[in-house]
Write a protein that binds this ligand. Structure first.
Ligand code: MRU
Length: 343
C-alpha cells in the first residue's frame, strides 16, 4: 500500500486529512468523522470515537502531523508543542498515545522549516504501517501458540477497531478461524459495551461463530469448562509484564488461572512501557460517572448515586500465560522475557 494513502476499517488517511469511523455510533450507524488537527483529534480520542491503544496512537500521530501542516512556512514551534501536549494528554492509560506523538514530534523537530510538515506526515504514516505489520505478525504468533484451542473468550475490543491491521487479540482469533473451527465468547464490557457493540460487529462481519455474554457470566462459564483459552489486548505493559487492559480483565485472568486454562495477552511492542518497572505505576483512567449511572439513554440507578468508574485494571504478570507481540512470544512473562522482546 502506498504510504500516501492508507485505508483501514476504522481510519482513512488520504495523505493530508484523517477520517475516523465514529465508534460511539456502532453498531447501528457507520459514520465517518473528518478530523483536521490536534484539538479535534484529541477530542475524538477523549470521547472514544476512536479508541483502542494502538489505534489511538495511529490517530494521534496523524492528528499531530495535521497540526504541524497548519503552521506557516516559517513556523514557531509553539503549535507543535501545544498539539503534542493536547494529544499526549487526551487519555492517560494507553502508552501508544505518547509513543506515537513523541515520535512525530521528534521527526518534526529534526526537520528544517520547509520540510517539517512532510517529515511529520511521513513519521505518522510509518507508525501506521508498522502497526499494520505488527498486527499480521501477532496474528501468526498467537494462532500458533493457541493451536487447537477452539472455544476462546475475549474482553472489550481488540480488533481492527482498536489497532493496526486486523487488531491484536481479535486478529489472533480471526487467524485461528482461518485454520479451524472457533467459537468465541465475547464479554459485553460494561459500561461502554465495546464487546457487545464492537467485537460482535467485527466477528459478525468476519463470519466467526460467537456468543455475547454479560461480564458477570464469564468466570462461571470458564469454571464450567466452556472455554479453552482467554485472549485479550493490552493498553500498557510494564517492563515486568504486568498488564493494564480494559476493566474486568483481571477477573478473567483469575478465573483462567483457577480453571487451569491459558490467559494470553496480545499487543504490539509499542504497548510495552519499558520505563515502568511494574504495573503499580500505570495511570488508570477514571471516566465520567454518567457512563455507569445510565445504560444507553436510560438511567440505571438513582440519579446521584456515587460511582467509581476506572476504565482499566492491571493484571499481574504472574497470571499471564504468554505475551504475544509482533517480535515473538514472551512465555513465561517476566522482566527477562519482556526485556528480550525489546532488544
Ligand atoms: O477504552 P478503550 O475502548 O480504548 O479500551 C480498549 C481496550 O481496553 C482494548 O482491549 C485495548 O486497547 C487493547 S486494544 C488492541
Amino acid at each position: 500500500m502506498s504510504v500516501a494513502t492508507q485505508s483501514h476499517p476504522a481510519l482513512r488517511w488520504d495523505g493530508r486529512r484523517l477520517e475516523v469511523l465514529d465508534q460511539t455510533l456502532l453498531p447501528g450507524t457507520e459514520a465517518w468523522l473528518p478530523l483536521s488537527g490536534a484539538e479535534d483529534t484529541a477530542e475524538a480520542i477523549r470521547r472514544l470515537a476512536v479508541r483502542g491503544a494502538p489505534l489511538i496512537g495511529i490517530a494521534a500521530g496523524y492528528g499531530l502531523a495535521m497540526e504541524v501542516a497548519r503552521m506557516p512556512s516559517q513556523p514557531t514551534l509553539g503549535a507543535l508543542e501545544r498539539g503534542w501536549e493536547v494529544l499526549r494528554d487526551a487519555r492517560p492509560t494507553a502508552v501508544n498515545l505518547a509513543y506515537a506523538v513523541d515520535r512525530v514530534r521528534a521527526a518534526a523537530l529534526a526537520a528544517g522549516p520547509t520540510t517539517i510538515a512532510a517529515a511529520a506526515r511521513a513519521e505518522a504514516q510509518r507508525i501506521h504501517a508498522e502497526e499494520d505489520a505488527a498486527s499480521s505478525a501477532i496474528a501468526e504468533h498467537g494462532a500458533s501458540l493457541l493451536a487447537g484451542a477452539q472455544r476462546i473468550a475475549t474482553h472489550c475490543n481488540s480488533g481492527a477497531l482498536a489497532a493496526g491491521g486486523s487488531g491484536t487479540a481479535l486478529a489472533v482469533i480471526l487467524e485461528l478461524h482461518t485454520r479451524g473451527p472457533v467459537q468465541v465468547l465475547a464479554g459485553e464490557t460494561r459500561p461502554l459495551l465495546q464487546g457487545a457493540r464492537l467485537t460482535v460487529w467485527e466477528l459478525a462481519r468476519a463470519g466467526v461463530a460467537h456468543e455475547l455474554v454479560v461480564d458477570g457470566a464469564m468466570a462461571g462459564l470458564i469454571a464450567r469448562g466452556e472455554v479453552d483459552a482467554v485472549i485479550v489486548g493490552c493498553d500498557r505493559v510494564a517492563a515486568n509484564g504486568d498488564t493494564a487492559n480494559k476493566v474486568g480483565t483481571y477477573g478473567l485472568a483469575l478465573a483462567a488461572r483457577a480453571a487451569g486454562i491459558p490467559f494470553v495477552v496480545a499487543g504490539p511492542t509499542s504497548t510495552i512501557d519499558a520505563h515502568l518497572a511494574d504495573g503499580s505505576g500505570i495511570a488508570i483512567e477514571e471516566r465520567d460517572a454518567e457512563e455507569v449511572r445510565s445504560f444507553g439513554d436510560a438511567l440505571a440507578t438513582l440519579p446521584d448515586t456515587p460511582v467509581r468508574n476506572p476504565a482499566f485494571d492491571v493484571t499481574p504478570a504472574s497470571l499471564v500465560s504468554a505475551l504475544v507481540t509482533e517480535r515473538g512470544v514472551a512465555q513465561p512473562v517476566d522482566v527477562d522475557t519482556v526485556g528480550a522482546l525489546l532488544r
